[in-house]
Structures are given as C-alpha cells and as structure tokens.
Design a protein. Structure first.
Length: 319
C-alpha cells in the first residue's frame, strides 16, 4: 500500500513537471509568434526569422523595407536607423538612447549600422542591434542581440585594481617576463545567455603574457578576462592570440533567367557551415565571417535554387 502511494505521488510530480515544461514552451512560441505577426503585419511576408535563446530575433532576412534617404550620409543614416528602432520598440524593446553607435560604414553596396547596448552608461558585452541598408535605402537585414529589461546593481564591490590583481594571478602574470597590461580595466555587463539571461557586472581585463609551458603551442597569449565586479569570480576569458576567424565572399555567375546573360555577383543569404564551429550566412554582398579557433576547418557552402551548375576548377565538381 505504501509503495502504491509513493508511485502515485511520483507520477503526479512527473505530470506536474511535464505540464510546466509544456506551458513554458508554449509561452515562448507565443512570444515568437507575436513578434512575427506584428513584423509581417507592418512589413509584409517573405521574411525568415533566426532566434536567440531568449527569443529575440538574431536575424530577420529575406525581404526589404523601403527607406528614402542619402545612404552616403552617415549622419542621416544613423538618424534613419534610430528612428526605425524607436518605431519598432515591441520588436527591439530597447530605447535608442541606450544604444551607442559602434559601426556606420558603407562597404560595397551595403551600409552597415551597428549599435551596442548600454545600461546606465555601461556597455553590454555583445548586446547589439545590427541594421543593413542597400544603396537605394532599402533595409534588408535586421539583427537584435540586445537584452531588454536588464536588472543589475551597477556599483562594483571589487575595484579595478582588485580585478586586475585577480586576473593577473589567474594567468600567472610575471613582470620579469615582460608581461604587460593592455589598457585600463573597463566595466561591462557580461551576459550568461539563456532563455532568461543572467547578468553580471564585470571588469574586462586585457593582458599580454609570455608562456612558460614548454608544451604550449604558442609562446605568448593575449588574454581578455572577465572578472565579476561583485564576487571577484572569473566569468570568462579568451585568448586573442589563439582565436582566428575565417571570412570571405561567396560569388557566382548568376542568370536571372535560365537562358539569360550571366553576371558575376555576391550570393546573398547563403548558408556557410564550418565543421566543429557552427553556421553563418552571407550578407547582401555575399560576405561571411565566423570564428574558427586555432585549428584548420572544413567549410561547406549550401546553394539552393531552381537552376544550378557548379564547376570546381581544382578537382571534381561539387554536388
């Protein structure tokens, strides 16, 4: 009898957990559906949405939004971009006054406008809004990697000197080896990405360190270290010496009609897979870039269309 009661209670507990998970999943899908419904209601169908873990649209691509302005004028471009963000707060959920302009550059036929989020004048690490315009003013790509509703104590308990000492000890910093500190420590908000992101006030420390490990594959390291300004814990670090990225352009001879005249141009929105790393997509110019670590990687490009003829000048034709 006792065992039956235990089994019954366990079954009730499992049903409760499954119900809660299903309820959470349904709620998250509703958030995405609401964003898609509102966006397509304003700007039409034909858009593809790629989502972040916290249900913000990392990329919205596939169509265009007409704008009329001088793409050659960076000041006017910034004004138009900020106005677009203000007009779509339900999608971005970040006030434009909390965005610092980091990139406003025209490369080829695309004007790149990237804002970095700030919270109480403290920059948010990798908290970005990315907009891309064609030369005719059309907005062709929207990216929202900002973090709405940040709630964090912005007063550090550890000073910049405390954080520097913690970071130096962590990487065996040695002045006798001519190790050096690169720039002064700077406060950032470091985000632990998740369905519900966790925010940390962090000192960012950058140091140049000579390796004393005979098995090390590089003789020096340039560490960027994130030290929690409230607890003194090391949140993250990465070695800029060891990091490498691969970038390039995917181009091809394109015929707008099967028997028309071919033109060489960049292939937009092409999926680029990097083995062991992940996936990225080409932009309107056919350009892509992705971090690959410190080893060689195999890159696969996926081409889709009604008519394809792929020729490989260095071997067998691709398939």
């Amino acid at each position: 009898m006792f065992r039956r009661i235990i089994n019954f209670l366990f079954s009730i507990l499992m049903l409760t957990i499954v119900f809660a998970q299903n309820k959470t999943s349904t709620y998250q899908e509703q958030i995405k559906d609401n964003i898609i419904r509102e966006f397509t209601g304003l700007y039409g169908e034909g858009w593809e949405f790629i989502w972040n873990l916290n249900n913000t649209p990392h990329r919205i691509i596939g169509n265009s939004i007409p704008h009329s302005f001088n793409i050659e004028d960076p000041i006017e471009t910034e004004y138009v971009a900020r106005s677009f963000i203000n007009q779509n707060l339900s999608i971005f959920n970040v006030q434009e006054q909390n965005l610092d302009l980091w990139v406003n550059e025209k490369i080829g036929n695309i004007r790149y406008v990237i804002f970095n989020q700030v919270h109480h004048n403290i920059p948010v690490w990798n908290g970005r809004i990315d907009l891309r315009y064609q030369t005719n003013g059309d907005l062709v790509m929207i990216g929202n990697d900002a973090f709405p509703l940040i709630n964090i104590d912005t007063k550090p308990k550890f000073s910049d000197k405390d954080a520097l000492a913690i970071a130096q000890e962590h990487v065996n910093f040695d002045l006798g080896l001519d190790d050096e500190v690169i720039d002064n420590p700077e406060l950032f908000i470091w985000v632990e990405k998740a369905l519900e992101p966790i925010y940390h006030l962090a000192w960012v420390i950058e140091v140049f360190v000579h390796s004393t490990d005979p098995t090390d594959h590089v003789p020096v390291h340039r560490w960027k270290i994130f030290v929690d300004a409230h607890t003194g814990d090391i949140l993250d670090k990465f070695d800029q010496v060891r990091m490498a990225s691969i970038d390039g352009y995917v181009t091809g001879s394109v015929k707008d009609q099967p028997y028309g005249i071919s033109q060489s141009r960049g292939l937009q929105h092409v999926k680029v897979d990097v083995a062991g790393v992940g996936t990225t997509y080409t932009d309107e110019n056919g350009y892509y870039s992705i971090d690959i670590g410190n080893t060689s990687r195999e890159v696969t490009v996926k081409l889709e269309g009604s008519y394809l003829n792929i020729n490989n000048s260095n071997g067998g034709d691709a398939s």
